[in-house]
Design a binder for this molecule. Structure first.
Ligand SMILES: [Zn+2]
Length: 318
């Protein structure tokens, strides 16, 4: 698979360039943008385009937009923002953490069929096709509805060959259970990326994950609870252990969110998330890469992390 589905159509793997493997243009909830668009604030498209234009100007060619249906995917918004900014966007199918109770009886094969259609035919009513699969579990572990989604994603992967990104919770070592499910489903673990892995500094656990064959998404910057410096120390420690060719640093940045009303009834102009990371998608270039180089990483290492690893993983040649 040397062609990858971007939101504007297929692109060649060698044209991906500098790639951030876990970002978001918008995060809300399924259907919210259609029913309550004002909750997302004014000038949504223009704000997203401005953020991504800055990214493109800084040399970011491609981003994986990890917004699933339950995170409020809008294929049309992604098309508009990609075309206007020049950043390739690759959207995902699969599921995040919010499985509505009416879906708790849905089966893994049933959902796999839906995900396969997202990949082969496109998100319903659009010509936008998914370029990656995603499933998730967090502090509650792999609950029954999330296990169904994980197995559906595994089966859609076996049918289509698309790689899988996995929202995980390293503090609880939830990746161990997620990997067990993929093994039971017969998934080649080199096609799996365990995300949010830099929410821990436990390199023993992270090395165990890597020893299973998976890629790691070190995709929370600047992040919470663990300082950015500790995140970069963890990244460099894994590079020094010889894992550079399976690490994918990214931000999990979001430029469009719901702005919550304050107690005085006003709506803040800047979201807390934006205040915490005014660099948005450029934090990596402005802070992390210079620090890695200072710590002894080479230019070739940086290219491996941001060009070669994404190309290998996204094209299914991992
Ligand atoms: Zn995310």
């Amino acid at each position: 698979m040397s062609q990858i589905n971007s939101v504007l159509g297929p692109i060649q793997a060698e044209d991906l360039g500098f790639t951030l493997m876990h970002e978001h243009v918008m995060v809300c909830a399924s259907g919210l943008l259609q029913s309550y668009p004002d909750l997302m604030g004014p000038n949504r498209e223009q704000r997203a385009i401005a953020s991504l234009k800055k990214a493109k100007a800084a040399g970011i060619d491609t981003m994986v937009d990890a917004t699933t249906f339950d995170l409020g995917r809008s294929p049309e918004l992604l098309k508009t923002v990609s075309a206007a900014s020049g950043v390739n966007l690759i959207n995902v199918t699969g599921w995040w953490l919010d499985v509505p109770r009416f879906m708790w009886g849905v089966g893994a094969d049933q959902m796999a069929r839906e995900f396969i259609r997202d990949i082969q035919e496109g998100f319903r009513g659009t010509d936008v096709k998914a370029g990656m699969l995603k499933c998730a579990a967090d502090a509650d572990g792999v609950t029954a509805p999330l296990e169904t989604m994980a197995r559906a994603v595994a089966r859609a992967h076996l049918e289509t060959g698309l790689p899988i990104m996995v929202h995980s919770y390293p503090t609880g070592q939830v990746g161990r259970r997620q990997i067990k499910i993929f093994k039971e489903e017969g998934v080649d673990l080199t096609k799996v990326k365990i995300d949010h892995s830099n929410d821990t500094t436990d390199t023993e656990y992270l090395s165990w994950l890597l020893d299973q064959g998976v890629y790691l998404g070190l995709d929370r910057y600047p992040g919470r609870h663990v300082s950015p410096n500790m995140r970069t120390n963890t990244l460099k420690a894994l590079m020094d252990k010889g894992f550079t060719d399976r690490l994918c640093p990214s931000h999990d940045c979001i430029c469009l969110h719901i702005h919550n009303e304050l107690p005085d009834g006003s709506i803040p102009a800047d979201h807390d998330f934006t205040k915490a990371n005014p660099d948005q998608y450029l934090y990596m270039q402005r802070h992390v890469i210079p620090q890695l180089l200072e710590m002894g990483a080479s230019d070739a290492d940086i290219k491996t992390l941001f060009v070669h690893n994404p190309r290998r993983f996204l094209s299914g040649n991992s």
